[in-house]
Design a protein around this ligand. Structure first.
Ligand code: DAH
Length: 363
């Protein structure tokens, strides 16, 4: 391009490019763009002047102006990108949240004693290497009864006051699970031993008074390995009871009992005393039953697809609501499920207090 014609453009380009480079933010950049390419911009004015030139000169000048416009556009785009990224950086820095700051104390909202006790139980058993397992509330006959060695005519079926659902299309009758024991079966069917699990959850029986509710909570335990014996069962449940009730010298005893799904079977009691109508756990000569347990029956292992000549272990089942009432002195089970806010404020726990063995369970 002949310098004589476009010499003025060199100075203009330097000036416009300098303005772009100097823009400190997106607003500044927009100003630089308008000063060059806006309606009253310097480059726009030169474009407008093209009409006054002769045909040849106009063509050459137009080419030079368009090239300048392209270079300027590229510079504007590049600068815009840099400034945009810087703007995001600045915003991120400005809006940073310090997650290590202490949480504001939350006065409203309480954790239900059942949830809190499940967290406590979980903390204790997790420390002993147990994982959490789950199963459905609506169960079939096989998992709730049959596989647990409770055949159709067995008296345990009546004792459990089962809620039956309507027969389904295939004639199979579903029930609301009457205990958490079917989770044992489901876990054994789905996994290869060895395993140690607990399964907390809702269970249902057609029963209601001060100490019974048609829906309540149990936690099931299952530990299967090659050589697990009754000594492991006792050690594990001793340890649990002492940690849970937070009484070091808690007296514990095992009484022979009967469950179809365990052999031998036992019930575990903890020592207690009644003083002035108040229950003291860990003192005195009285006993309170807190759970059922035993060595898993070979028939149960077989029904769940586990070879009883290779594997054995123990199981236990415990009422969560009951041990919550015992530990926290809550008198009436029905109140657990009435959703009375005054009750919850009184017996509930702060959402910020997570039970852990290190801090002592009950905060
Ligand atoms: N399923 C029993 C019940 O609901 C509790 C139970 C007892 C569970 C002994 C077990 C066990 O796993 O070994 O009364």
């Amino acid at each position: 391009m002949a310098n004589g014609v476009d010499g003025d453009l060199v100075g203009l380009e330097t000036e416009l490019m300098a303005a772009v480079a100097a823009a400190a933010d997106l607003d500044g950049l927009e100003e630089a763009r308008v000063a060059a390419l806006g309606r009253k911009g310097k480059l726009t004015a030169l474009m407008r002047g093209l009409g006054e030139l002769g045909a040849d000169a106009r063509k050459a000048r137009a080419t030079a102006l368009n090239l300048l416009k392209d270079r300027l556009g590229a510079a504007l785009d590049a600068k815009k990108e840099t400034l945009g990224a810087a703007a995001i950086e600045a915003r991120l820095a400005r809006e940073r949240i310090d997650v290590t700051l202490p949480v504001r104390p939350e006065s409203a909202g309480r954790i239900h004693p059942v949830s809190h006790v499940v967290d406590e139980i979980t903390a204790i058993f997790a420390d002993m290497g147990f994982a959490i397992a789950e199963g459905p509330d609506i169960e079939d006959d096989f998992h709730n009864f049959e596989a647990l060695n409770i055949p159709a005519e067995h008296p345990a079926r009546q004792m459990m006051d089962t809620f039956y659902l309507r027969d389904d299309a295939s004639g199979g009758r579903k029930v609301l699970r009457t205990h958490t024991s079917p989770v044992q079966i489901r876990h054994m069917q789905a996994h290869q031993p060895p395993y140690r699990i607990i399964a907390p959850g809702r269970v249902y029986r057609c029963d209601s008074d001060m100490t019974h509710s048609p829906m309540f909570h149990q936690v099931e335990g299952l530990a299967i390995d090659r050589a697990i014996h009754m000594g492991h069962l006792k050690g594990c449940l001793f340890e649990f009871a002492r940690s849970y009730f937070e009484v070091d010298r808690l007296r514990v005893r095992f009484r022979p009992s009967h469950f179809p799904f365990t052999e031998p079977s036992a019930e575990m009691d903890i020592g207690c005393a009644w003083k002035d109508g108040e229950l003291r756990i860990g003192e005195g000569d009285d006993w309170l039953e807190i759970l059922g347990c035993g060595m898993v029956h070979p028939k149960v292992l077989t029904a769940a697809g586990v070879d009883p000549t290779q594997w054995q272990g123990f199981a236990f089942g415990m009422g969560i609501d009951r041990i919550a009432m015992l530990k926290y002195g809550i008198p009436d089970l029905r109140a657990f499920f009435e959703s009375d806010l005054r009750w919850l404020r009184h017996y509930g726990f702060s959402a910020l207090d997570q039970p852990s063995l290190a801090e002592g369970l009950a905060l």
